[in-house]
Design a protein around this ligand. Structure first.
Ligand code: ATP
Length: 133
């Protein structure tokens, strides 16, 4: 067996489903390249790009963290939000980035809002990064 069944699921539905040759993810513990027959495990993900490798092309999806569940023949990503590269609205992400930057400039690191706004910024930057791949 030289393919894996990959799916990316959010509360709003399935963003990706299909057979792939490799899935690359950024776990909080480091980058992982997942091939068929990988050891089963569950790992938390960073706000990051997921790469889905086909024989002749790659696809990219922006994910806002979540978890990856690896089985011998499948990879499932559960995340709060995910967008395929082609579905990313760049103008919206630019706007979200500018808003988060402006808010951050008015907050101190010990402010209760700080972490949430930093995450808004990371999501916007990640979407822009994936759109540029
Ligand atoms: P914004 O401030 O622009 O609303 P956000 O980071 O607050 O962005 P999320 O709460 O992460 O947005 O996501 C809400 C929904 O909007 C999700 O379904 C997500 O996939 C979608 N979404 C957010 N930003 C974009 C974008 N730039 N392009 C396409 N879809 C997006």
């Amino acid at each position: 067996m030289n393919t894996l069944f990959a799916s990316i699921v959010t509360p709003n539905g399935k963003v990706y489903e299909g057979d792939v040759h490799m899935v690359s993810v950024r776990a909080t513990s480091g980058d992982m390249g997942i091939l068929p027959n990988h050891m089963p495990l569950v790992a938390p993900l960073k706000i990051s790009a997921v790469k889905l490798k086909h024989l002749e092309s790659d696809e990219y999806v922006a994910v806002s963290g979540g978890f990856v569940e690896i089985r011998r023949d499948s990879v499932t990503i559960l995340t709060e939000s995910a967008e395929r590269k082609v579905d990313i609205d760049v103008a919206r992400a630019e706007r979200a980035k500018a808003e988060a930057e402006a808010k951050l400039a008015s907050l101190t690191e010990d402010s209760p809002e700080y972490k949430a706004v930093l995450n808004d910024l990371k999501r916007a930057e990640n979407r822009l990064h994936v759109a540029s791949l």
